[in-house]
Design a binder for this molecule. Structure first.
Ligand SMILES: Cc1cc2nc3c(=O)[nH]c(=O)nc-3n(C[C@H](O)[C@H](O)[C@H](O)COP(=O)(O)OP(=O)(O)OC[C@H]3O[C@@H](n4cnc5c(N)ncnc54)[C@H](O)[C@@H]3O)c2cc1C
Length: 482
């Protein structure tokens, strides 16, 4: 479920039905994959595959703010790496916004693009001083910021705003990009999951369930990749889950806001032909910490003072948080590229990722290659490694040793042939049975009662009530076979 109506995606739903050979294979058709494909549209033999349909990953549940005023990210980067990197990241984000807006305008993509004022605010007193430091950094680097009262009901101790930021509908944007790619004869295969990549001599053999794609270059645009080597993402990132409530409001407002501390409070507005909506997000937390979805949705309701009668949908979404707050973009093998780890700022970072990767493929210089290098090791990676490891162990061990918590309230367990089965009985009395082990790294799954999904606390794979994988990194189902 999402405010961005996936039914609006009008694609051919073409499935890979033969073995093919291409120059560049892009795996994943979210913001990243589609932006890479767009920037490579004049290259020869580019092909996109997606396990689901275009836009059906993290992008579908994004709040889709196109923003460089990202909480306190710049002072965090200054601390985790250095000031030069923070300045460069700011430049990259500003450039990404310019590129994205130019694409939308030049290609006349109808995606409800709107220029808005964006606020960052201190929602607790202890945030006032750290936020001031962030503002100083931005002012010192030429950003026009005003100290201005937040225009809504959320508790705020201090707030600042910038005027050159945007919001849009990411699914309508991807539809526009899809249409352009089809005009350029780029093949886009949906419902085509890549389950194995083998390097053979100077090419990659990529396997889907029945067919193979032989590619000279591979771009991994899957958000969390199913493979561990060569990126080793589980050892240099954590997962952050947030809760979103969409409610009807009477008045459209031209602003977005986000708090500077965790858990993040954030909101924006959106209107379609019939209604005006407020998209409110909060309760962001590391997936190893808590999974009481009902509690978190209630908290969002309280924070934004939402009336139950106005609420039209609730959903959660998870993004990758890197150790040093910079995404991982670039080469991970001789001719294999990745762009991921967006720290919940994927609308801009997918654009910068696409630009870096296309420049690499086309042998062009790019000034951001070093900053985003996915193989970098810095003090932050080293310092945070034990914490990341601890959080992974907690996610792995927690649900295995404690089956009685609220997340298994209506679940029965059974062991069959040494495998743990979990059984959920729905309100009509129908039993849904799954194998309770994530195929990615073996973590036990947690039942998300609110959305009726099985969620992996380790790396955020998701499965529907009958065990069909709806989100990676897992690339297999956990459906029970008698
Ligand atoms: C709650 C929340 C709010 C957010 N709000 C914002 C915001 O306001 N502004 C902002 O800039 N960013 C925001 N983000 C971040 C942003 O939404 C994401 O970073 C971005 O959408 C990621 O895009 P992607 O294309 O990399 O990944 P995805 O959209 O997940 O796309 C990956 C695609 O790869 C496919 N795939 C996966 N595995 C395989 C496989 N093995 N074979 C084939 N295909 C595969 C999937 O089906 C999917 O379609 C938010 C994130 C969250 C969690």
């Amino acid at each position: 479920m999402s405010i961005w109506n996936i039914k609006e995606i009008n694609t051919k739903r073409e499935i890979l039905d033969k073995n093919i050979e291409v120059d560049t294979l892009i795996i994943g058709a979210g913001m990243t994959g589609m932006n890479v494909a767009y920037m490579l549209r004049d290259n020869k033999q580019v092909c996109v595959v997606d396990a689901n349909i275009v836009g059906h990953g993290v992008t579908l549940n994004s709040t889709a703010k196109i923003n460089y005023f990202q909480g306190r990210i710049y002072t965090k980067i200054e601390k985790s790496i250095n000031k030069i990197s923070a300045i460069k990241y700011l430049k990259a984000e500003k450039e990404a916004i310019e590129i994205l807006i130019n694409i939308i305008k030049e290609e006349k993509i109808d995606c409800d693009l709107k220029k808005v004022e964006s606020y960052v605010f201190a929602n607790i007193k202890s945030e006032i001083e750290p936020l001031k430091k962030e503002i100083k950094f931005l002012i010192d680097n030429g950003i026009d910021i005003v100290n201005k009262k937040l225009p809504n009901k959320i508790t705020s101790y201090n707030s600042y705003s910038v005027k050159d930021t945007y919001i849009f509908n990411p699914i309508k944007y991807l539809q526009g990009i899809y249409n352009i790619l089809i005009e350029h004869n780029i093949s886009i295969y949906e419902n085509t999951k890549i389950t194995k990549i083998e390097k053979i001599n100077n090419y990659y053999m990529c396997y889907s369930s029945k067919y193979k794609i032989k590619a000279k270059k591979v771009v991994v645009a899957t958000s969390y990749p199913y493979f561990i080597k060569p990126l080793f993402l589980p050892f240099k990132s954590t997962l952050e889950k947030s809760y979103i409530i969409v409610s009807k409001v009477n008045k459209d407002q031209n602003f977005t806001c986000i708090s500077s501390s965790n858990p993040t409070y954030s909101c924006r507005f959106y209107s379609d032909k019939n209604n005006i909506y407020q998209i409110s997000l909060s309760e962001s937390h590391n997936t190893s910490v808590s999974q009481n979805d009902k509690y978190h949705f209630n908290r969002v309701k309280e924070i934004f003072k939402l009336d139950e009668k106005d609420i039209i949908m609730k959903y959660s979404n998870t993004d990758i948080i890197t150790a040093d707050n910079i995404p991982y973009i670039g080469k991970i093998d001789e001719n294999m590229y990745i762009s991921t780890g967006y720290n919940t700022w994927g609308m801009t970072n997918s654009v910068i990722g696409a630009k870096i990767i296309t420049d690499m493929i086309n042998n062009n210089e790019n000034e951001y290659t070093d900053l985003f290098n996915p193989n970098r090791i810095n003090k932050s990676n080293i310092i945070k490694f034990p914490l990341i490891l601890f959080s992974s162990i907690k996610s792995y061990v927690g649900p295995k040793i404690n089956k009685n918590k609220f997340w298994y309230k209506n679940i029965k367990f059974k062991t069959e042939n040494g495998k743990c089965l979990a059984i959920y009985k729905d309100k009509n009395g129908v039993e849904h049975v799954i194998y309770n082990k994530c195929p990615h790294m073996g973590c036990s799954l947690i039942f998300n009662e609110e959305e009726k999904t099985w969620d992996c606390p380790c790396h955020s794979s998701r499965f529907d009530i009958d065990g069909r994988c709806i989100k990676g990194p897992s690339n297999c189902d956990i459906t029970y076979k008698k």
